[in-house]
Ligand binder design. Structure first.
Ligand code: GYE
Length: 350
């Protein structure tokens, strides 16, 4: 991004003032040391973002609904430490957009250097992001996207290509059915969708839908809202299993929902463990899911990489150095099938 100085003048002014404040603080400390016997506080007690010249980042995480999210939060918290020169203000919005908007407003009033946030859903951010822009605070989006009129309301976005994940799932299903000699058969599909209006739900649904449209014999019986959680998916899957007798394929838009769906399948007397009862495709690539790929319960798992902290830091370092950044960064991802999964399980930390 060019001309960042011009885009965010307030922020640069703030950094200068912060530098001046630090100088003033050390001058006062020096003077107090010369002129009085009252001892100065231990250096550690004086720590504030101002006098250490730390980069202050306000992070608004959307919730803690899934294993993926917990790993994503950990990856952010590992990176923004005092040792690395950051002061992190972290807020968990607990799946409520209004909480997220409140958190963003509080970051603005605290005059943070950067706002990082993972928006719960795509719509509804224009006003608060305009406020951040007016305050001269760069906004970095991670994981999910916003749908705003003015694209200059955020500096960059770091995340996954959700639509591609969806089309890949469709392609894997094609190959699977081909391998089973069922390419001409009628195939009944149910989809467990994530949070309504969120980028992964929109992208994965759209991408998979593109491949479905190529196959007249593939029928989506229903797309149910599983909210990315195990509990809601368990409930929805039980309902679907009562409603439809002949479900051949389950597309579950995250692993947590897959775990709930598996409970429901077992409770309904189906045998997902046999591997030939139902074809399950899942997203995220958590360790528990990879083990289920290895044992043949999940046919394939499309990785969604939660470890975005290092990319975030790279972007901030570039901005700090006045370098250009891209508008979009896709994180690297794999597809796990029974053929390759074993070598990845041991190193999985989440
Ligand atoms: O797939 C799901 C989480 O936004 C990519 O959100 C993320 C999704 C992830 O709850 O597990």
């Amino acid at each position: 991004m060019k001309n960042r100085e011009k885009i965010y003048p307030a922020r640069n002014l703030r950094r200068k003032l912060r530098g001046a404040a630090a100088l003033l603080a050390s001058a006062l400390l020096f003077l107090s040391g010369c002129s009085s016997r009252i001892s100065a506080p231990e250096e550690d007690d004086m720590r504030t973002p101002v006098d250490e010249n730390l980069i202050v980042v306000g992070v608004s995480q959307l919730g803690s609904e899934s294993v993926w999210r917990t790993a994503n939060t950990a990856s952010i918290q590992e990176v923004f430490t005092k040792e690395k020169g950051y002061f992190l203000i972290f807020d968990n919005a607990r799946q409520k957009q209004e909480n997220q908007i409140k958190a963003l407003r509080s970051f603005i009033s605290q005059e943070v250097d950067y706002i990082i946030f993972s928006p719960l859903m795509e719509e509804g951010w224009d006003t608060v992001l305009q406020e951040a822009k007016d305050a001269g605070i760069p906004v970095i989006l991670i994981d999910r996207m916003v749908d705003v009129e003015d694209p200059s309301l955020y500096s960059t976005w770091i995340g996954s290509d959700f639509e591609k994940e969806g089309t890949e799932a469709g392609r894997i299903l094609e190959k699977c059915l081909e391998g089973q000699g069922r390419q001409e058969e009628d195939i009944n599909i149910v989809v467990l969708k994530g949070t309504e209006g969120s980028s992964p739900t929109i992208g994965r649904t759209e991408g998979f839908g593109q491949i479905v449209a190529l196959h007249e014999n593939w029928k989506i019986l229903e797309q149910a809202d599983g909210e990315f959680t195990t509990a809601k998916a368990r409930e929805e899957m039980s309902r679907l299993l009562t409603k439809y007798e002949d479900i051949d394929v389950l597309i579950s838009q995250n692993d947590d929902m897959t775990f709930g769906a598996l409970d429901a399948l077992r409770a309904a007397g189906r045998s997902p463990e046999s591997g030939d009862d139902i074809i399950i495709l899942s997203f995220d690539g958590t360790r528990k899911a990879l083990e289920l790929v290895e044992s043949g319960v999940i046919y394939a798992d499309l990785e969604c990489n939660p470890q975005q902290g290092e990319y975030l830091e790279e972007v901030i370092q570039k901005l700090e150095a006045g370098q250009e950044i891209e508008r979009i960064y896709y994180v690297p991802e794999k597809i796990f099938t029974r053929d390759n999964v074993s070598r990845y399980i041991e190193d999985r930390t989440y």
